[in-house]
Design a protein around this ligand. Sequence first.
Ligand code: AMP
Length: 536
Amino acid sequence: MRDVPKRDVKQVVYLLLGRPFPRWDERTLDVSWAIVSSVIKKLARVDDHTLIEALNKTGDLGAAAEEIFRERKLKKQASLIDKELTISDVARSLESIAELVGEGARERKERVLESILGQADPDEIKYLVKILLGEMRTGFNEGLMELAISRAFGVDTEVVRRASMLSGDLGEVAENAKLHGSESLRKMKFRFFRPIRPMLAQNAESLSEILETHGGRTALEFKLDGMRVQIHKLDDKVRIFSRRLTDVTSSFPEVESTVKKGLQAREAVLEGEVIAVGEDGSPLPFQYLMRRFRRIREADATLRAIPVKLFLFDLLLVDGEILIDSPYIERRERLSEIHGEIPVVEQIITEDVEHAKSFFEKAIEQGHEGIIAKNLNSTYTPGVRGKNWLKLKEVLEPLDLVIVAAEYGHGRRHKWLSDYYLAARDGEEDRFYVVGKTFKGLTDEEMSELTETLEKLAVRREGRRVHVKPEVVVEVLYNEIQRSPKYECGLALRFARISRIRYDKDPRESDTIQRVREIYEKQFEKKSRYRVEDRF
Ligand code: AMP
């Protein structure tokens, strides 16, 4: 970082984090895997077969491209075009790719890609491809970048962290540190409309564990099953950001107007959950919200068809005052002063397990996911998943399902069949229905062992996918069963993860698709079913 020329510092920070632009910047590259792979094939003059072979070996397109170009270079003893690629070349190309939209954009993007990848050497190609596809996966994250800036320019780590949190732009932080030193970082101010990373919750096993962890007294809130939003309001302007920090204002026009009209503050940064609600006001399963979200570009009839409601739960800034360092209890108090007609998530403060239990049951009874416990004295720690917020959800009974196919993974997992298709047996006919797919839950050892077992059961191959005889039973946990057009049976497990491999269990003893349907139906005893569900 110290050796990087001043003019490149910002860009180097973004690129090392695997991004073309700063995090708050809404521009996107919109380049698909298909475009990048066709450019690679064209430049290296290789066919599909060679690319797939390299992909199977390396597990990702960046590494595959590197390998292909390295081999070609060895043979030709020269790179394809003899010109050094600079950081500003890359920055300019990325900007022009983002600007290309509409008719003919794909072809023009391809041309820019050809020119930039054509100038790169194999190492550079590897990382450019990863950045283009948003798949850096180096494990180098913002936290480490903050440490790097602190060390490179001798600025206290806390000062770097705070400047980064407030400005939302590590590139600017690094540039300031390099050009003007520590004092300039202390002066960096909060910028509206650049989202702050959300504070996250850890899993808890029980209410008594929660009370103990929080020193005998805690705040419990309903855990609503919707979409986390961070809302910035500055005078008449309101923007809504998702948990992944993208601007989703246009998906939720009525949330925007509710905040504009209802909030009793000129400036605020708020957090809350947007949930889909049925006609009687009770929560709808999460998938309805996602549907609405995806259909944003379609006629606004869909928007009206699935009503949503905002519930607030935190306040990070109000009328010029930053509350991030204030304890939860105070933030919540300030929120209660300004929320106006916008509902706040239901909350209790308790020292009593029985009281906590009845609150948890009430949450489930009303169709929510569970509760989140918040340490009364805790400050807001952006991006941290710690014990100050603990979540407890209702657990659905595990299902014993059968693996009917599996795919070789990516990166570290590319040698293993690590993504599994989980199927439920039909209790009446002799066949299996896929109800989910997961790569979660198993250790490396288990995956490697399972790969051997599944390879022996292989019946058909389709690229990186192997179809297998339905022999291996796994116990699967999940959060919800939802309707899905993805699978033939019309149902899919949400957040499926394997809890155990049941080598001891016969596939004929596994759970049936009829059982999956029953559990699906049972969910509606608490959640309301959308009346026109069948339209979707
Ligand atoms: P999880 O997604 O299971 O890690 O749980 C954390 C998420 O729960 C947050 O990101 C929010 O979207 C959501 N959530 C629902 N209700 C609350 C609440 N009262 N406080 C904080 N987060 C909540």
